[in-house]
Design a protein around this ligand. Structure first.
Ligand code: PMP
Length: 363
């Protein structure tokens, strides 16, 4: 007869693919005086709008399930992007939808190709599903190596590849011609993550949806829309692809309040535009100030953040010294290609000044 479980036998039941992972941790206190480490918007909703939304809480039945899939919000997002509602799938943050890609496209040993450096969740999803993962190192200027990526996607017959544009953590964006090169090179799925699309100078990838049934675009309301705390993201794809992805999807992932807030925010395009313009100006100011320093190198950005490398002091020490002054930035040393790099996102004018003053004091 079987012996009872011990902690060891329980641990052995957990797939090695899971046990070998590390949890996703930002590794910083959730609050700081000047928090510029997670590419969030520094702007919460205007108090009047927030008060209006809190009023609507009274009309929301907490005891009833939300829609299996939030079709009203999907519809509003479809209008926002000039696609059909059947092409939209809303998620509990876009992070949640990356797990759907794993479930739908990656069986053990499925070839997956990812350029580096890239938002780390994609690699995690590929590993968790035991993909046969090929990582493509960047060019010397940190741009994705599209030639090598296309070659690898073809050679491995990749089931999925991912492009992030503008890319996190570099801020570099791909021209539409590069996106099309990859889409044309492979019959596999090409995810284009446009989390920072509102800051991009290139046109959005939605204009490629009609021509490429293998294209999935990922978006979030966590950045320009300023809703990171509520968890709303979405994807856009061919409606037949969305229909299939629905089958793998958990129901009820978007709660009633998040849906209501998402719909309200989409009714205020002027607010979004105004904030995007402000954040673009703030980012330009950060880039100008950092570029003016001879003791720092910066990477050109098309997002709401800037990657920079202190030249005279170790990045870890600079990060710590900034934190001691209440300023949080992200350390990118965990990426092979980004040793010595820190990433700072645009905050309010006051926050940016506090960051630049603290950097002055530290360097
Ligand atoms: N994609 C990229 C490229 C990101 O940088 C982020 C945020 N770190 C996300 C997706 C996750 O966004 P969400 O808050 O919608 O899960």
């Amino acid at each position: 007869s079987a012996s009872p479980a011990t902690l060891d036998t329980v641990m052995e039941r957990i797939r090695p693919g899971v046990r070998n992972e590390s949890p996703y941790l930002v590794g910083a206190p959730p609050r700081a005086e000047v928090k510029l480490n997670q590419n969030e918007s520094p702007y919460d909703l205007p108090p009047a709008l927030k008060a209006e939304l809190i009023e609507t809480l009274n009309d929301l039945a907490f005891n009833r399930y939300p829609a299996e899939q939030p079709s009203d919000l999907a519809e509003a997002l479809a209008v926002h992007n000039d696609v059909s509602p059947e092409q939209v799938l809303v998620g509990n943050g876009s992070n949640e939808l990356t797990y759907l890609f794993g479930l739908a496209f990656i069986a053990p040993d499925t070839p997956v190709v990812l350029p580096a450096p890239m938002f780390s969740l994609y690699e995690k999803v590929a590993r968790l599903h035991d993909a046969d993962l090929t990582t493509i190192p960047p060019r010397d200027d940190l741009h994705f190596d599209i030639d090598a990526l296309v070659a690898a996607v073809t050679r491995t017959n990749a089931a999925m590849t991912v492009l992030t544009t503008p890319n996190n953590p570099t801020g570099l964006a791909l021209p539409p011609s590069d996106l099309e090169r990859v889409l044309q090179a492979t019959p596999g799925i090409v995810v284009i993550d446009e989390a920072y699309v509102e800051f991009n100078e290139h046109p959005p990838a939605t204009e490629l949806l009609d021509a490429y049934p293998n294209l999935i675009i990922l978006r979030t309301l966590s950045k320009a829309f300023g809703l990171a705390g509520l968890r709303l993201g979405y994807l856009m794809a061919h409606e037949s692809v969305v229909t299939e992805l629905m089958k793998a999807r958990l129901p009820f992932m978007v709660d009633r309040f998040s849906e209501a807030v998402g719909r309200t925010v989409l009714q205020h395009p002027d607010l979004l535009n105004e904030r995007v313009q402000q954040l673009k100006a703030h980012t330009r100011h950060l880039v100008d100030a950092l570029s003016a320093r001879s003791d720092v190198t910066t990477v050109p950005t098309q997002a709401n953040f800037v990657l920079f490398a202190p030249q005279t002091k170790h990045a870890d020490a600079v990060q710590d010294a900034l934190a001691e002054r209440g300023v949080l930035v992200r350390n990118m040393g965990g990426y092979d290609a980004l040793q010595g790099y820190l990433r700072v996102c645009a905050g309010t004018e006051t926050e940016n000044k506090a960051f630049l003053d603290a950097l002055d004091a530290v360097l």
